[in-house]
Design a binder for this molecule. Structure first.
Ligand SMILES: C[S@@+](CC[C@H](N)C(=O)[O-])C[C@H]1O[C@@H](n2cnc3c(N)ncnc32)[C@H](O)[C@@H]1O
Length: 318
């Protein structure tokens, strides 16, 4: 099956990042290279790009997509939480712009063997980096009910987290849960019937009962929130003065982290308001450009429905 990925907010990314010939840019989540392609085009003839992804399969597709740009790009397999070290290994200490387009790509979601989606049957895997040791099935089969409850309620904000966790524990004592379809059926069976009929949950918002559970497991398997915090810190350290940081997120937990990190780095002082004088030595590192996040237009959502929950925040290094 051939699956591609349509980049989200493409014009907006180019407007803010404003790639120039001679500049060096990092795409910290290069995926299939949709955004990078336009960054390289816009920065012709001498703009350069370093693309990072933890997914080897995505990187090999990306390599083909960008090959016309020859030596103007370099792809690195790694986690963006190690961004600073990964750049140092390339002899790079400062860059002109960094883009994060978080989450999974359509390519990953629509490849059943990766186990990211309840819409396809496949192994319950969900690892973005296949070299990581723990697939989703290990978490589902080995975690206590309490840990599962925590994952589903914290990362999925799932109101029936407790019922779903209990049903998983019951089901796995009969047979291990190893496929996406098994888990989807277990989640469906755990949701109270009256809720399945509630217009607000499933018809109006058209959210399948397994959506939040799959999202929560994916976040846990890939340790996404911790990596995001470390990734932003690293990006701030490698940006040149006036360098631009573009962050595209797809759910509220990610967006909250981006917003809080931006607020922290935009402060000139982090002393308690009661402190008589400033003793914190905190230095402002970012200026936030987007007071509110940029959202996708109705037109973009028509062409690319996956873009509907995207939010982009932008800051520049001071
Ligand atoms: C939404 S896709 C990016 C799509 C890309 N902008 C494009 O236009 O093709 C997100 C990509 O980020 C990668 N990714 C997510 N978290 C990562 C992390 N912590 N480190 C490195 N790559 C990550 C995923 O493997 C995926 O390929």
């Amino acid at each position: 099956m051939s699956v591609t990925h349509i980049p989200v907010l493409p014009e907006e990314v180019l407007t803010y990042l404003n790639p120039k010939s001679g500049g060096l840019y990092v795409d910290a989540t290069i995926g299939l290279g949709g955004h990078s392609l336009s960054i390289l085009q816009k920065s012709t003839p001498a703009g350069k790009l370093i693309g990072i992804d933890q997914d080897d399969l995505a990187l090999s597709k990306c390599e083909k997509q960008l090959k016309v740009f020859k030596n103007r790009f370099k792809l690195i397999h790694g986690n963006f939480s190690d961004l600073q070290e990964l750049l140092e290994l390339q002899g790079v200490s400062k860059v002109d712009g960094v883009l994060f387009d978080l989450g999974v790509s359509t390519f990953q979601l629509d490849t059943p063997e990766r186990g990211f989606s309840f819409q396809h049957n496949g192994p319950l895997d969900m690892r973005m980096d296949q070299q990581m040791p723990i697939p989703a099935s290990d978490i589902v089969n080995e975690s206590t009910a309490k840990s599962l409850l925590k994952i589903f309620s914290e990362y999925g904000e799932e109101r029936y987290a407790k019922l779903i966790a209990q049903r998983i524990v019951e089901s796995r004592s009969a047979e291990p849960i190893t496929t996406t379809q098994q888990l989807t059926k277990i989640v469906e069976s755990a949701i109270p019937r009256k809720s399945k009929n509630r217009k607000s949950d499933f018809q109006q918002r058209r959210i399948h009962p397994a959506t939040r559970v799959f999202q929560a497991l994916r976040i846990a398997v890939n340790d996404e929130l911790k990596n995001l915090k470390r990734g932003i810190d690293a990006a701030v350290s490698v940006l040149k003065k006036d360098g631009c940081l573009c962050m595209i997120s797809f759910h509220s937990l990610e967006d909250r982290i981006v917003k809080q990190k931006f607020q922290f780095y935009a402060k000139t002082c982090i002393c308690s308001p009661k402190a008589p004088i400033c003793v914190c030595n905190h230095q402002q590192k970012l200026k936030v450009i987007t007071r509110r996040p940029i959202l996708t237009s109705a037109n973009e959502i028509d062409i690319n429905p996956r873009s509907r929950s995207a939010k982009m925040r932008v800051a520049v290094r001071v």
